[in-house]
Write a protein that binds this ligand. Structure first.
Ligand code: MN
Length: 130
């Protein structure tokens, strides 16, 4: 089944790059340029993964991640944060927001797709083994 990925990124070139690469890998992609619409679009699109830019125009991606992780319907959706931040404290803050994955810009295609694939893998809720 085709996996759906919501791409929240206000930079036109980055958004197009992420979407093109994901589509080329067979994912169904929903681009969102306005962070204020991210939660509404996530509800409508029911994504298997959210790629979240941290630096958005009017809202912090950190706040959006916290909203997703605190939402009864969306909390199970993994989030891959992408950020221009460089410091160790910044990565810590992103992890604490609840994001499962983190990449710093500039994002290379190889690590990006590896992170995406690891996060959209089907993970069993319970295991029958052992
Ligand atoms: Mn941005």
């Amino acid at each position: 089944m085709t996996k759906r990925i919501l791409v929240v990124e206000d930079n036109d070139l980055n958004r197009k790059l992420f979407c093109d690469v994901l589509r080329a890998s067979g994912f169904q992609v929903e681009p969102v340029s306005d962070g204020n619409l991210a939660i509404e679009r996530a509800r409508a699109f029911d994504p298997n993964l959210v790629v979240m830019d941290i630096q958005l125009q009017e809202i912090s991606g950190l706040d959006l991640i916290a909203t997703i992780k605190g939402d009864v319907d969306l909390s199970g959706v993994p989030v891959l944060a992408v950020t221009a931040y460089a410091g160790k404290g910044d990565e810590q803050r992103i992890r604490e927001s609840g994001a499962e994955g983190y990449l710093s810009k500039p994002v290379s295609i190889g690590p990006f797709m590896a992170a995406v694939r690891s996060l959209v893998e089907v993970r069993p809720v319970t295991t029958a083994t052992g």
